[in-house]
Design a protein around this ligand. Structure first.
Ligand SMILES: NC(=O)c1ccc[n+]([C@@H]2O[C@H](COP(=O)([O-])OP(=O)(O)OC[C@H]3O[C@@H](n4cnc5c(N)ncnc54)[C@H](OP(=O)(O)O)[C@@H]3O)[C@@H](O)[C@H]2O)c1
Length: 474
């Protein structure tokens, strides 16, 4: 059922439907053609605009007549007619504007020959003539009057033609309305093809014009849709382990995500990034040592220059007591400082530094993921039956407990705004350098929950502490 059927149903006396429909179709065609053709097309000579104007007037009268009637059937019809009226009005306005802008751009050209003048309606011709006279007077009073009189003409076409004309060589899309020979001029040589009805062809307007004028083809408006901009994700410590897997999984499974993989050491970072790039994944490398304010500032500046925003931040970089296995002489206070600095302070510094860029994200959800650990859970720690009860990684566990607090801090900072999702994620006990490869889960499984949290939609959670199996008690 289309709009005409609805009209007929609510108002059986509505007889003008077929003509209205034809008017609308013709108007739409004229509008599309005018918007697509690089030059002004002839004003419709078949009285289309007079009919459309009459029809708009009739519809306005009908609306006025029906307004105030409380009958629901009439009210419904009123809404339908008003919608239809708006459609007509939009098309008329847009059609006339397309023509006026062409006339404004090349006024002298359209006034320069009878054949061109005849393309304008009476009102358009009056407008163009007056427009040109005003311009000429303005130029005269501004500077032309100081020229010798022979140089005062704007429509000088002797020698070098001073009248600008539309570019007839620009490309247009046409649809063939019947089988026909399509001829076109190329750069190296000309060509011809046997076109079939409904074929869509791109041609220079100069070549397409005859086909359109003799009714063998009609102009089309082709809208080239811009590719949606990807979600920009930044992952810290992405050159190996779980961070690398998160980047890989995100890029491989979410085509609209672009991953900025960061790491503190350039060479292994580039190796990691190149291994994913060689698989065609959209990733890039950015050096970022999370414990250095200068490095953080440089990274923010580079992401700003290149992307102008950040949609997802994954704070993954971390160290544990094992980091010092080969340097046992480092004093315990220094180890503690480094672990807390990397796993907590630096997460806060990185997050604070990138939040202004995340605020620039136009994504429906801005997601911050903190890679924590179940070893930071106070509830698990006090539970005598839990694996974490007797853990000896004191500084590491304390750092992950502090990270949970950081997660809550940012959750609460944005709790009034549903677009922000801040969550703490435990990857599970995975075999990585952090635990000297003692973990019994794969890094692939360690990336699962982080990728889920990095791609949460509007209804996704915030302020959670979870593993892929479910929520973890704080
Ligand atoms: N593996 C597990 O079982 C497990 C369990 C729970 C939580 N987690 C957490 O998961 C995250 C990733 O650890 P992982 O297991 O994948 O360990 P990993 O393989 O050792 O990876 C840690 C990453 O962090 C980077 N990093 C360390 N200090 C950095 C700094 N100052 N600046 C920038 N990057 C730095 C490392 O870079 P380099 O290569 O240069 O050292 C490496 O890329 C950590 O937050 C960890 O606490 C792991």
């Amino acid at each position: 059922m289309d709009i005409d059927d609805i009209l007929r149903e609510v108002d059986p006396n509505f007889h003008a439907v077929p003509q209205e429909k034809r008017n609308l179709q013709e108007l739409t065609r004229a509008w599309i053609a005018e918007r697509s053709a690089p030059e002004l097309l002839p004003w419709p000579a078949d009285g289309l605009f007079e009919r459309v104007n009459d029809s708009i007037k009739r519809q306005i009268e009908k609306v006025e007549e029906m307004t105030g009637d409380m009958d629901p059937k009439t009210n419904f019809a009123l809404i339908v007619i008003q919608t239809e009226l708006e459609r007509f009005k939009y098309l008329v306005r847009s059609y006339l504007r397309a023509r006026i802008s062409k006339i404004d751009r090349h006024t002298l050209h359209y006034l320069s020959a009878d054949a061109l003048r005849s393309r304008l309606s009476g009102m358009e011709l009056a407008y163009a003539t007056r427009h040109q006279a005003l311009l000429h007077n303005h130029y005269l009073s501004s500077f032309l009057s100081s020229f010798p009189s022979a140089l005062q003409n704007l429509n000088d076409s002797a020698g070098i033609n001073m009248v600008e004309s539309p570019d007839l060589e620009s490309a247009v899309f046409i649809r063939l309305l019947k089988d026909t020979l399509v001829e076109g001029r190329g750069v190296d040589s000309d060509g011809a093809m046997d076109g079939r009805e409904s074929d869509i062809v791109i041609l220079r307007w100069a070549d397409a014009k005859t086909l359109v004028e003799n009714g063998s083809a009609e102009l089309l408006v082709i809208t080239i849709m811009a590719a949606p901009s990807p979600n920009i994700v930044l992952v810290t410590g992405a050159n190996q382990g779980i961070g690398f897997e998160i980047a890989k999984k995100l890029a491989a499974e979410h085509k609209d995500y672009h991953i900025v993989m960061t790491g503190r050491r350039q060479e292994p970072l580039e190796q990691a990034v190149n291994s994913l790039k060689s698989q065609g994944l959209p990733v890039e490398a950015l050096v970022l040592d999370v414990t250095s304010d200068d490095s953080i500032a440089a990274a923010v500046s580079q992401v700003t220059t290149k992307h102008g925003r950040l949609d997802v931040l994954i704070n993954n970089a971390g160290i544990s007591e094992h980091t010092f296995d080969n340097t046992p002489d480092i004093p315990p206070r220094q180890k503690w400082s480094l672990i807390l600095d990397t796993n907590v302070t630096s997460v806060a510094m990185v997050t604070d530094a990138f939040i202004p860029l995340m605020e620039k994200s136009s994504s429906q959800t801005k997601r911050i993921v903190m890679i924590g650990s179940i070893m930071g859970s106070l509830s698990c720690r006090v539970n005598k039956g839990h694996l974490c009860h007797n853990d000896n990684y004191t500084a590491y566990c304390a750092s992950k407990t502090a990270l949970n607090m950081l997660g809550l801090h940012y959750t609460i900072r944005f709790e009034g705004d549903k677009r922000w999702k801040v969550n703490v994620c435990c990857p599970g006990y995975c075999s990585t350098n952090l635990n000297k490869f003692q973990g019994f889960n794969s890094v692939e499984s360690g990336a699962v929950n982080a990728v889920r949290l990095a791609t949460l939609g509007e209804e996704g959670e915030t302020g959670s502490y979870s593993a892929k199996e479910g929520l973890i008690p704080w």
